[in-house]
Ligand binder design. Structure first.
Ligand code: ZN
Length: 502
C-alpha cells in the first residue's frame, strides 16, 4: 500500500519544481484543496494543490503551475502568514493566561521550533514558542514579525494545535510595546530596569528625605505611607513569615520603584485601551536585571503598588539570589534558594497568584526539582540561548571545520559581547579547538567557560561571513537538530517534574 506521502510525491513529480522533502504532518485537506509544507531547492514552501478553479480562488499568494491539477507554490512571507493564521487559527499566537505552567523557548535562528514542539507536546504545559527581546533581534537581524512568522510555520509543520504564545521580551519603551503588538505578540514582558533607581538604597538619610519630598508627589507620599506603615503583612507556607516596613524602608522602596510603577501603569492602560477591559495580552513585569537580588520587601512593595493602581500582571521576573548565568547551571546555595523562592512564591500566591517567571532559565538542572516542587503548579520559565548551543553541538558533529572557525571568531568577539551579557567565563580555561580531535569537539559544549563564550557571541557569529554556512548546515541536518533539541528540552521538563500529557 502506498502512503500518503508517496502518493503526494508522485503527483508533485509532474510539476517543474525541484522537490526535496515533504513535511508530512503539515498536510491538510480542506474541501477539495490540499495544503502543506514542502522543501524545494530554493527553500521551504507552502503549497496548495487541487482543481484549477479552486486553487485560483484560494487566498494564498504564489506561483501557479497547471497540469491535470493546479499547484500553487507560496513563499512563507508575512502576507501568506496572515492568510495561514486566518485559515488555521491554531497557528496564531494566543494568550496563555489560563495555563498554569508555561515554557518560553526562544528560537534565535528561526529553525529550532519544531524540536521545541516535539518536546513540549509530551507534557501538560503550553509553550511560548516565539520569544525574543529587542536585544536579541538586534543581534540576529530579525524583528517581531519575522519571529512570529517563523513560529507560525513551525506550528503548522508539526500540526501543533494546542495553542502557543508569542512574547515581546524585555521591552523597555511604549514604542517597543507597540511594535511587538503590531506584529501580533500575545505576551508583553515589560522591563523596568532602566526606570529603577537602585541607588536609593545607598542615599544618606538626608538625601533620602530630600529626594522623597522632591521626586514623589504629595498625594502619592501619603498613599505610600498609609499603605505600608504600621502594618504587618503575614504569609502562610511551611515556614510562615511576615514583612514590615520602617518609614525609611518605605521611602527607599518608593524611590527605587516609582518611575517603574508609573511606566507599568502607563503600559497597562495602553493594553486595556487596545484590547478591551480584559486584556488578551499576557502581561509580565521584569526586574531581573537589577544590581541586587529582589528582597521580599521589594517584591511586596512593587506588587501592592501595582494593584493599588489597578495593574494586574500574569507573571513577574525577579532577580533571585545566587547566580543565574546564561547557559550554565545555578551558582549558589540550593538551601538558600529554596527559602528565597518559596517565600516569593507565597507573596505571588497571596496577591493574584501570578506566576514567578524565571529568566536565563535554561540548564539550571540542579535547581529544577526544587523549582518544580516549590512553584506549586504555577510557573513560567524562559530559555533561549541553550537552543543555539544545541545548534552548535550539531555543527561540531557534522561539520567540525566550520565549528572550529566559529570558536575562533567567538574568541575574538568575547570582549565586545560581554558588554551585552553578564558572564564570568575565563577564556584561558577553554581548550584550544585546534588541539581537539573532530570527535572531541562537542566536549567544548560541556565546558562552562566555552558554553558561555559561545552563548553570548551568537550575534557576532550570525553577522560574520560564516552566516550562510551555519544556516545551510543546520538546514541540511534539520531532523538531527530537532532530535537534539527535543531531548535537551525534555531533559529540562523531566527535571522540573512536569506531568506528561497527550
Ligand atoms: Zn530577563
Amino acid at each position: 500500500m502506498k502512503t500518503f506521502e508517496e502518493d503526494l510525491f508522485l503527483s508533485l513529480r509532474s510539476f517543474p519544481i525541484r522537490l526535496e522533502k515533504i513535511y508530512g504532518k503539515s498536510f491538510l485537506k480542506i474541501k477539495d484543496l490540499i495544503y502543506g509544507l514542502i522543501r524545494v531547492e530554493e527553500g521551504k514552501k507552502w503549497i496548495v494543490l487541487g482543481e484549477k478553479r479552486e486553487v485560483l480562488r484560494d487566498p494564498f499568494t504564489g506561483r501557479c503551475y497547471h497540469q491535470a491539477q493546479t499547484l500553487k507554490v507560496c513563499d512563507l512571507d508575512w502576507e501568506n502568514t496572515q492568510v495561514l493564521m486566518e485559515l488555521f487559527p491554531f497557528t496564531r499566537p494566543k494568550s496563555l493566561k489560563e495555563f498554569p505552567i508555561t515554557f518560553g523557548t526562544g528560537d534565535r535562528l528561526g529553525l529550532a521550533t519544531p524540536g521545541h514542539i516535539r518536546a513540549i507536546r509530551k507534557f501538560e504545559i503550553r509553550p511560548v514558542l516565539a520569544q525574543q527581546s529587542v536585544r536579541e533581534n538586534n543581534q540576529t537581524g530579525r524583528d517581531f514579525k519575522k519571529v512570529i512568522q517563523d513560529a507560525a510555520w513551525a506550528v503548522i509543520q508539526e500540526r501543533y494545535e494546542s495553542g502557543y504564545g508569542a512574547d515581546g521580551d524585555h521591552l523597555k519603551s511604549l514604542q517597543e510595546v507597540k511594535e511587538a503588538l503590531n506584529a501580533g505578540v500575545s505576551m508583553i514582558t515589560l522591563d523596568l530596569s532602566e526606570r529603577l533607581s537602585p541607588e536609593a538604597f545607598f542615599y544618606s538619610r538626608e538625601e533620602l528625605e530630600k529626594r522623597f519630598e522632591r521626586e514623589i508627589e504629595e498625594e502619592d507620599r501619603k498613599v505610600l505611607l498609609h499603605l505600608f506603615l504600621d502594618k504587618e503583612f503575614l504569609f502562610e507556607g511551611p515556614d510562615g513569615f511576615s514583612i514590615q516596613y520602617t518609614e525609611e524602608e518605605v521611602k527607599r522602596n518608593a524611590l527605587l520603584f516609582h518611575k517603574g510603577i508609573d511606566f507599568s501603569e502607563e503600559t497597562y492602560e495602553f493594553l486595556l485601551k487596545r484590547t478591551g477591559r480584559k486584556p488578551l495580552i499576557d502581561f509580565e513585569i521584569s526586574i531581573d536585571e537589577t544590581p541586587f537580588p529582589t528582597s521580599l520587601a521589594n517584591h511586596l512593595f512593587l506588587i501592592l503598588n501595582l494593584l493599588h493602581r489597578g495593574v494586574h500582571i500574569d507573571s513577574l521576573a525577579l532577580r533571585f539570589i545566587g547566580e543565574f548565568q546564561k547557559g550554565i547551571d545555578y551558582r549558589g546555595e540550593t538551601r538558600d534558594f529554596r527559602k528565597h523562592f518559596s517565600q516569593h512564591r507565597w507573596i505571588a500566591k497571596s496577591y493574584g497568584d501570578y506566576k514567578l517567571s524565571i529568566h536565563s532559565g535554561s540548564d539550571k538542572f540542579s535547581l529544577y526539582p526544587h523549582i518544580g516542587e516549590l512553584s506549586q503548579g504555577r510557573l513560567h520559565l524562559k530559555t533561549a540561548g541553550t537552543s543555539w548551543l544545541e545548534a552548535l553541538r550539531l555543527i561540531s558533529l557534522v561539520h567540525p571545520s566550520l565549528f572550529r572557525e566559529m570558536v575562533h571568531i567567538a574568541l575574538t568577539k568575547f570582549e565586545e559581547a560581554s558588554q551585552l551579557y553578564y558572564v564570568t567565563a575565563d577564556l584561558k580555561k577553554i581548550p584550544k579547538p585546534e588541539h581537539l580531535a573532530d570527535r572531541d569537539l562537542s566536549q567544548l559544549l560541556e565546558q562552562e567557560d566555552a558554553r558561555q563564550l559561545l552563548h553570548i557571541t551568537y550575534g557576532f557569529l550570525l553577522k560574520s561571513p560564516l552566516r550562510d554556512r551555519i544556516f545551510k548546515t543546520l538546514t541540511e541536518h534539520e531532523e538531527d537538530y530537532w532530535t537534539l533539541l527535543q531531548h535537551h528540552i525534555e531533559r529540562h521538563l523531566n527535571a522540573l517534574g512536569l506531568k506528561k500529557g497527550e
